[in-house]
Design a protein around this ligand. Structure first.
Ligand code: FAD
Length: 449
């Protein structure tokens, strides 16, 4: 192995040891930062021959501990494979190396007159390979789908070093297995993603935002249906937050609350196509919200009238790092549920947490349109954290939900995966893993392992 690719054990930078999950890993044997697919392949051939366990790392912004190494692991960190290799301005496609950051991809797309649709708070650090392997969601899933919907092709290296080149660039292709689907969302357990073909979208028009208050969670699905039916694909975001979350976010970010305190708030964002009339959309949004007030679905609504106000709305929603810092050590959850189940689930979990963990604060927020509910609960010691996990995950039983809607299973949720994945699904996953990585060297101890 070339010495330029490796960090000597004594010099291992702490940034290779931890992600945002707060999980403590072990000291890896070496950290390798390859610059090409061929180098990744050479590393894996050697590791496969030696039965050496490997941890794959992207931007280390994950919150499920998937990229945290175990003691003695070889780390493959993709940060040097960060090139945007080509951009097809005619069709709106981009080919990138897996270590390209989300922000660099967004900026390159915008510069070429296109739009890359996935967006999330960690955009400056998270990488395309990490986004694809966790099937990242973010704030615009309602309109554009998840990362899975943006990936047209991948190149990946299997555990034994075999390079699978499947850099498709077609929207439609009815010729059998799409290799990309093996690697999107499987958190590096089946291969190292080294390159991707990404789908771009036409640029969005000027966005408009509204802040809404509601007294009952049960009314939010009806509001969302109303907005979807009226605004169609212009509806980009429907971010709900509990009043407690908004109060703390306001205090910690120094941002005034747009409306009076209320049990629930929603940040609604709409944007038309680049040249669509902004005033038509604004009128439709105002009319929909007025109808919702009339129907008693919501209490009040405020539409941002300036860019500063628009940004202030989002500052409240994105104050999660500040909230996490204040409530640490905190439990963070990203469960998923059908709309109808979300209200009863929130009620059940809220009641149980108030009774079991009265000293901890618990704050709900999420993206209702894509079934995603986040919960932050803290501060918690280890025993309280375990109690919180039990309450949050056990309440999913029988509700057709998921223990993770966008953050992945990683190390933290593998014990609870069977609550929302059936035995036949888990057995299929094990068979595929066994076929592609029989020695179990790739991201061992994650997901099912
Ligand atoms: C402030 C903040 C906001 C966030 N907001 C969101 C959000 O809105 N939506 C959301 O979905 N997530 C969010 N996240 C979580 C995180 O950003 C995502 O999970 C992201 O996709 C992780 O990308 P990464 O490059 O940092 O991956 P890492 O953290 O480095 O790795 C994550 C997993 O992917 C695997 N992996 C990484 N690269 C590869 C590769 N090339 N090939 C195979 N496997 C690989 C790792 O082994 C690990 O299992 C947020 C995180 C932070 C800190």
């Amino acid at each position: 192995m070339s010495s330029t690719m490796s960090e000597a054990e004594a010099d291992i930078d702490p940034r290779f040891l931890a992600d945002w999950s707060g999980l403590q890993g072990g000291r890896p044997r070496e950290v390798l930062r390859p610059t090409s697919t061929a180098e990744v392949s050479a590393i894996l051939q050697r590791c496969h021959a030696q039965g050496q366990r490997v941890t794959i790392q992207g931007g280390m912004t994950g919150v499920s501990g998937g990229a945290v190494p175990d003691a003695g692991d070889v780390v493959i960190n993709l940060e040097r494979m960060n090139r945007i290799e080509s951009l097809d301005e005619l069709e709106g496609l981009m080919q990138v190396q897996a270590g390209a950051t989300l922000q660099s991809v967004q900026e390159a797309a915008t510069a070429a007159g296109w739009h890359f649709a996935v967006d999330l708070g960690a955009r400056g650090s998270c990488q395309m390979g990490g986004n694809a392997s966790t099937n990242a969601g973010g704030i615009r899933v309602l309109r554009f789908g998840t990362m899975r919907d943006q990936v047209l092709g991948v190149e990946a290296v299997l555990a034994d070093g075999t390079i699978v080149e499947s850099l498709g660039r077609l929207i439609k292709n009815s010729t059998g297995l799409e290799a990309r689907q093996l690697f999107v969302g499987t958190e590096g357990t089946l291969g190292v993603i080294t390159r991707l073909t990404l789908r771009l979208h036409p640029p969005m028009g000027e966005p408009q935002a509204a802040w809404v208050s509601a007294s009952r969670f049960e009314h939010l699905p009806a509001l969302l249906r109303r907005l979807r039916q009226r605004l169609g694909s212009s509806l980009c975001a429907f971010e709900f937050m509990s009043g407690d979350f908004v109060a703390l976010a306001s205090q910690l970010s120094g941002t005034a609350r747009p409306l009076a305190d209320s049990p629930w708030h929603v940040l609604v964002e709409v944007a038309g196509e680049a040249h669509a009339s902004v005033s038509d959309l604004s009128e439709a949004l105002q009319a929909s919200l007025a109808d919702a007030v009339e129907a008693e679905e919501i209490e009040d609504a405020a539409i941002a009238t300036s860019l500063a106000q628009h940004e202030a709305f989002w500052r409240l929603r994105e104050a999660i790092p500040e909230v996490l810092t204040r409530l640490k050590p905190a439990g963070t959850y990203d469960v998923g549920l059908p709309w109808r189940e979300t209200g009863p689930y929130v009620q059940e979990v809220d009641t149980a947490l108030r009774s079991a963990l009265p000293a901890a604060r618990h704050l709900f927020l999420g993206h209702l349109g894509d079934n995603n509910l986040h919960l932050i609960c803290g501060p918690l010691d280890d025993a309280q954290h375990a109690a919180c996990d039990r309450i949050v995950y056990e309440a999913l039983r029988g509700r057709s939900g998921t223990v993770s809607a966008e953050h992945g299973v990683g190390r933290l949720k593998k014990e609870v995966l069977s609550i929302t994945r059936g035995e036949s699904e888990l057995a299929l996953t094990r068979r595929i893993k066994m076929a592609l990585d029989p020695a179990g060297i790739l991201n061992a101890g994650r997901v099912l392992d």
